[in-house]
Design a protein around this ligand. Structure first.
Ligand SMILES: NC(=O)c1ccc[n+]([C@@H]2O[C@H](COP(=O)([O-])OP(=O)(O)OC[C@H]3O[C@@H](n4cnc5c(N)ncnc54)[C@H](O)[C@@H]3O)[C@@H](O)[C@H]2O)c1
Length: 371
C-alpha cells in the first residue's frame, strides 16, 4: 500500500493528544520524523509513536527526502515561517491555527502554496466532528431548506481559574489596551465553522471584554495584569442574507471543547453540541416544522474514523478524522477542503470583528480584495 511520509514539528501536549495518534491510527500514513527544539520531547514522542528520525532543527526535518507532508504543531508565532519553509521545499503542509497574526500574511502563505502546487490543511479540528459534518451535509443537500439563522458558541471554563497559565499571548503584546485572545484562539475555529455552514460573511459587529484582569501567564513569574478578551460576542449578516450570532469565552462554565452550532432553516433545524460530558464527546439533534421537539440523532459507525465512536475523547476523535482526510486527499488527489485559504478567510473575519469593536461600527467583508 502506498503510504505518505509525514514529519511532525512540535512534540508537546497537542501533538501527543491529537496529531500523533491520528497518524499512528491511519495505515496510509508513515510517521518518518519528529522535531522539537527541546530534544527530550522529540525523543519521548519518537519512542511512544515509533518514529525513526528525530531532529531539533525544523529545517532538517523539512529537508528530509522521505518527508512528503509537514505537520506544524508548534507555538502560534512559528506557524507562518515554518509553513513558508515547508512550501518552499515543495512539501504539503498541515498547520495549526492561527496561520498568522494577521490576514494579509495568511493570504500570502495560502498564495505561496497555490503557486508551488502543494496541498495545505488548517487544523480546524471541529470541521472533523461527525455531528458537524452531518449538519453541514443537511445544509448542503437541502434537508434544512433555506437557512435563516446560524448560531455558534465556543466557550468553556479553561481560563476561569486565573492561576491556570495563559499561553496564547505573544511576548510583545501591548498590555495597555485590550488584547484579542478568545476571539483569536477560539474564534478562528468558530468563524470557520459558521463560514463553512452558511457561506461568506457580509457584515460583522462585535464586542470584546476583559473579565479577569490578572492571571498567570506562561513564561512569566507571578500574577500579571493582562487584559485579554476573555469573552467576545458578535452579530453576523451573511452574504446569503442569513443571520448569525457567535460567542467565544475562556470563562464560561462548562467542559471542553464547548463548541455548539445551531442552524435554523425553512425545512428543519439542527443542533450539534460538542461538549464532552459523561464520556460522550458530542450530540446531534434535529427538528422539523411538523415535529418541533428536537430529537437525538444517532450517526452510523461509518461517520466515525475506524476504531473510534462517540465515546472516543474529542481531541483524538476529531484529529484522527482530520489527518486521515488530509493524507487521503493527497494520496487520492481528492478535492481540497479546509485549506490555508480557509484559514486566511477565517483570520480576515476575526480581524474584522476586532476592528468593529474598536470602531464601534459594522465592518463589511471581504476586507482584502484578493479574499
Ligand atoms: N486545533 C486545536 O483545536 C488546538 C488545540 C490545542 C492546541 N492547538 C495549537 O497547537 C499548537 C501546539 O499546541 P501545544 O499546546 O502542544 O503547544 P506547546 O507550546 O505546549 O508545544 C509546542 C512545542 O513546539 C516546540 N517548538 C517551539 N518552536 C519550535 C520550532 N521552531 N521547531 C520545532 N519545535 C518547536 C516547543 O518546544 C514545544 O514542545 C499551538 O499552535 C496551539 O495553538 C490547537
Amino acid at each position: 500500500m502506498r503510504q505518505l511520509g509525514v514529519g511532525v514539528l512540535g512534540a508537546h501536549q497537542w501533538a501527543d493528544m491529537a496529531h500523533l495518534p491520528g497518524y499512528a491510527a491511519h495505515d496510509r500514513a508513515n510517521l518518518i520524523a519528529i522535531c522539537d527544539v527541546v530534544e527530550a520531547r522529540a525523543r519521548d514522542m519518537a519512542d511512544k509513536y515509533h518514529i525513526p528520525h528525530v531532529f531539533t532543527d525544523p529545517h532538517e526535518l523539512i529537508g528530509h527526502p522521505e518527508v512528503e507532508m509537514v505537520d506544524v504543531c508548534t507555538p502560534t508565532d512559528t506557524h507562518l515561517p515554518l509553513s513558508f519553509a515547508a512550501i518552499e521545499a515543495g512539501k504539503h503542509v498541515l498547520s495549526e491555527k492561527p496561520l498568522a497574526r494577521n490576514a494579509a500574511d495568511a493570504f500570502r502563505v495560502a498564495k505561496a502554496a497555490e503557486d508551488k502546487g502543494v496541498r495545505t490543511k488548517l487544523g480546524f479540528t471541529f470541521r472533523y466532528s461527525p455531528a458537524i459534518r452531518q449538519l453541514h451535509a443537511w445544509i448542503h443537500d437541502g434537508t434544512l431548506g433555506e437557512i435563516f439563522h446560524v448560531h455558534g458558541l465556543e466557550q468553556n471554563s479553561q481560563f476561569l481559574d486565573p492561576t491556570y497559565p495563559l499561553r496564547q499571548v505573544s511576548a510583545d503584546a501591548d498590555r495597555s489596551a485590550l488584547i484579542p485572545s478568545s476571539i483569536v484562539g477560539y474564534g478562528s475555529h468558530l468563524v470557520d465553522l459558521l463560514r463553512w455552514c452558511a457561506g461568506e460573511f457580509g457584515h460583522v459587529i462585535g464586542s470584546m471584554h476583559n473579565y479577569i484582569p490578572e492571571r498567570l501567564v506562561r513564561g512569566y513569574e507571578g500574577m500579571q495584569r493582562i487584559p485579554v478578551d476573555d469573552g467576545t460576542v458578535a452579530l453576523v449578516k451573511f452574504a446569503s442574507g442569513a443571520q448569525g450570532m457567535l460567542q467565544t469565552s475562556y470563562i464560561a462554565v462548562g467542559n471542553y471543547p464547548g463548541v455548539e452550532v445551531r442552524v435554523y432553516g425553512s425545512k428543519g433545524a439542527a443542533v450539534a453540541r460538542l461538549v464532552e460530558e459523561f464520556g460522550v464527546a458530542e450530540t446531534l439533534h434535529f427538528a422539523t416544522p411538523d415535529e418541533v421537539e428536537f430529537k437525538p440523532v444517532t450517526l452510523p459507525d461509518t461517520a466515525f474514523p475506524p476504531g473510534t465512536d462517540v465515546h472516543t475523547p474529542w481531541a483524538e476523535l476529531y484529529y484522527r478524522n482530520l489527518v486521515r482526510h488530509f493524507v487521503d486527499e493527497i494520496l487520492d488527489d481528492a478535492p481540497p477542503e479546509c485549506t490555508f485559504y480557509d484559514g486566511a478567510k477565517s483570520q480576515e473575519i476575526v480581524d474584522a470583528i476586532v476592528t468593529s469593536h474598536l470602531e464601534r461600527s459594522w465592518v463589511t467583508l471581504p476586507v482584502h480584495t484578493k479574499g
